[in-house]
Design a protein around this ligand. Structure first.
Ligand SMILES: NC(=O)c1ccc[n+]([C@@H]2O[C@H](COP(=O)([O-])OP(=O)(O)OC[C@H]3O[C@@H](n4cnc5c(N)ncnc54)[C@H](OP(=O)(O)O)[C@@H]3O)[C@@H](O)[C@H]2O)c1
Length: 272
């Protein structure tokens, strides 16, 4: 990325977090540009990161090696249609929009190299998890550029098939909300057991953080970690048996299936 020039179309939350991540990795402000219709948004991002901003998308992409489409899915078609006549050979298009397929993007932009990504909200804290898929037109060098872009805000993993992005949406895209739900439920249950709410909340949050750290840094998988903390006839075993008697694994599987199905439905709808 030492000389790569990157243009962001849309300078909202995700673009700001990616720009922050790239700057933290040492990318020079002169290598990054952004366009956005909002004057306040442009002023804010310019002040925060020292990058050039534009009202015109066409001006922003002039001379860029990588064009990051960071607008809402609903405006993607019109954004692509106005960008199409401005694109130059060799420019890579990276879309972070949920549910917009590579087929739709190439219908609107022409047969340009496209990388489609599914990041998640912890990217805003550089703790994100993203799945990436590249079309056949993407070169090895361009794959590296896309990977470095998403790695600036967390873990970035390549997928063999575009359809797997529906599963990525179900696991990591929507995933933060599942953990929030568990945090809510554990806090409420702790309160019912007699703890003051703020103590139940702090214990739950620190336990979630500690467990995630253990799982990430351990050389054994989560199932083994769980076995190691579950003594026969102990308290943890009593809780795990209760979870499993109530069909915990099936509940999780059905929830992720519902998210993946909805992701595919949205892609169908948004691609029209
Ligand atoms: N936030 C996440 O955690 C997350 C996770 C996964 C994927 N994504 C995807 O990332 C994309 C951006 O999400 P976000 O949360 O960053 O949204 P956002 O904060 O609303 O940012 C989008 C920006 O694009 C601007 N915009 C609207 N029309 C435009 C146009 N024609 N040309 C250039 N810019 C335009 C918007 O301006 P106005 O506000 O004035 O309309 C806004 O500043 C979405 O497609 C979303 O699906 C986000």
């Amino acid at each position: 990325m030492s000389k790569t020039r990157i243009a962001f179309i849309g300078a909202g939350n995700m673009a700001a977090s990616l720009i922050g991540g790239l700057r933290a990795q040492g990318l020079d402000a002169s290598q990054i540009r952004a366009s956005d219709p909002g004057a306040d948004t442009r002023t804010r991002i310019q002040a925060e990161h020292g990058i050039a901003t534009f009202e015109s998308n066409a001006q922003a992409i002039d001379g860029a090696d990588v064009i990051v489409l960071a607008v809402k899915p609903q405006v993607m078609k019109s954004v692509c249609e106005t960008l199409k006549p401005e694109l130059k050979a060799g420019q890579l298009v990276v879309s972070i929009a949920a549910g917009i397929t590579c087929d739709s993007l190439q219908n609107w932009l022409g047969q340009v190299p496209v990388v489609r990504c599914m990041p998640n909200t912890p990217s805003l804290l550089r703790q994100g998890a993203s799945g990436l898929y590249a079309t056949a037109q993407v070169s090895v060098g361009q794959r590296e550029q896309a990977e470095q872009l998403l790695s600036a805000v967390g873990t970035a993993l390549w997928l063999e098939q575009e359809q797997q992005l529906d599963a990525v949406t179900a696991v990591s895209g929507s995933g933060p909300a599942y953990f929030f739900l568990l945090i809510e439920a554990m806090t409420a249950a702790g309160e019912k057991l007699g703890l003051p709410r703020d103590i139940a909340s702090q214990l739950t949050l620190q336990t979630a953080l500690g467990a995630a750290h253990m799982a990430v840094s351990s050389d054994v998988d989560a199932a083994e970690l769980r076995r190691r903390v579950t003594s026969p006839a102990g308290t943890t075993e009593a809780a795990i048996k209760s979870f499993q008697a109530n069909g915990f694994e099936a509940v999780v599987e059905q929830a992720l299936q519902a998210a993946a199905t909805r992701s595919a439905e949205l892609a169908e709808h948004l691609g029209k």
